[in-house]
Design a protein around this ligand. Structure first.
Ligand code: C2E
Ligand code: MG
Ligand code: MG
Ligand code: MG
Length: 282
């Protein structure tokens, strides 16, 4: 009896594995079709200059308008995209759509439009040899100035292979685009890489903001990180500002660029344009 029970359990195990595999393949093919059928959407979040209060930049954040499940955040499908080999395709779409969107905004409302757009680039696109040519082509096709494009690469991606990454970033910067180190401070990496990585912008991860208000030690740490970036000649953005108290702490510390729900949530470009126009009218 024990033997046949074992066999039955084994059977159940295989069926579960099979169901999970089929489920994943189905999800992957839905995502592949989503990319091909235009179900990706771009949301833009403002990046605000502390001295003027103006939205000088925006970050492009991808969403999936899933016909079955509604609007899905990147955390719900980018891991699957990476496994399915779709990550670079998604990032290419976001790059082109971002440049097109900002160029159009700058053409139609030169006063209100932000100066630059930040686009996230994950490892598969960063490591693809065709990236400099793609950027050149997209800038040419859309007419966006290279200075208006920032490519965001996470600290974790940068650290995968510093020796290979540095020359890649140099080739991109030679085109006139800027490079941002995203999620800075989360990668458990040695600070030494800052010396070797050619970057223009440092984005301090929002985890540094926890406990900022009210704790001297937390404030000292973010102060040190901020001034490390400024001393290295980088533009520094604080990410994830959620309330007025955090905002005023960061402004008091001298953080030049601010991003977070308190400064503006990610929304579709048309909505952000209406909001900006309404603010100017006030
Ligand atoms: P990220 O590049 O660090 O982008 C910032 C994330 O923090 C966004 O989440 C944004 O909505 C969220 N955020 C902004 N302000 C606040 C705040 O005040 N509080 C909190 N709790 N969160 C805030 P989102 O849009 O869900 O994106 C998550 C991550 O997915 C991004 O982190 C980025 O790593 C990745 N991602 C988004 N779009 C793309 C893309 O087009 N390509 C690639 N490769 N990755 C992307
Ligand atoms: Mg980012
Ligand atoms: Mg970030
Ligand atoms: Mg982050």
């Amino acid at each position: 009896a024990a033997k046949s029970e074992g066999k039955a359990r084994c059977q159940v195990f295989h069926e579960e594995m099979h169901v999970r595999l089929v489920d994943r393949l189905e999800q992957e093919s839905r995502l592949r079709l989503a990319v091909e059928h235009g179900e990706l959407r771009l949301h833009l979040q403002p990046i605000v200059a502390a001295d003027t209060g103006r939205s000088v930049g925006v970050e492009a954040l991808v969403r999936w308008q899933d016909p079955a499940l509604g609007l899905r955040p990147p955390g719900a499908f980018l891991p699957l995209a990476e496994e399915a080999g779709l990550s670079a395709d998604i990032d290419r779409w976001v790059l082109r759509e971002s440049c097109r969107t900002l160029r159009q905004w700058q053409d139609e409302e030169p006063e209100q439009a932000p100066d630059w757009i930040s686009v996230n680039v994950a490892a598969p696109l960063l490591e693809s040899p065709g990236l400099p040519d793609l950027v050149t082509e997209v800038l040419r096709d859309t007419g966006l100035r290279p200075e208006a494009l920032v490519l965001e690469v996470t600290e974790t991606t940068l650290m995968r292979d510093v020796a290979a990454t540095a020359p890649r970033l140099d080739r991109l910067r030679a085109l006139g685009v800027r490079v941002a180190i995203d999620d800075f401070g989360t990668g458990y990496s040695s600070l030494g890489y800052l010396r070797d990585i050619p970057a223009d912008v440092l984005k301090i991860d929002r985890s540094f903001l926890d406990g900022l208000v009210g704790s001297g030690r937390h404030r000292d740490l973010i102060d040190a990180v901020l001034h490390l970036g400024l001393t290295l000649g980088l533009q520094v953005v604080a990410e994830g500002i959620e309330d007025a108290a955090q905002l005023s702490e960061l402004v008091a510390l001298g953080c030049p660029l601010l991003q977070g729900f308190h400064c503006g949530r990610p929304v579709p470009a048309e909505q952000l344009r209406r909001q900006s126009a309404a603010m100017v009218a006030q």
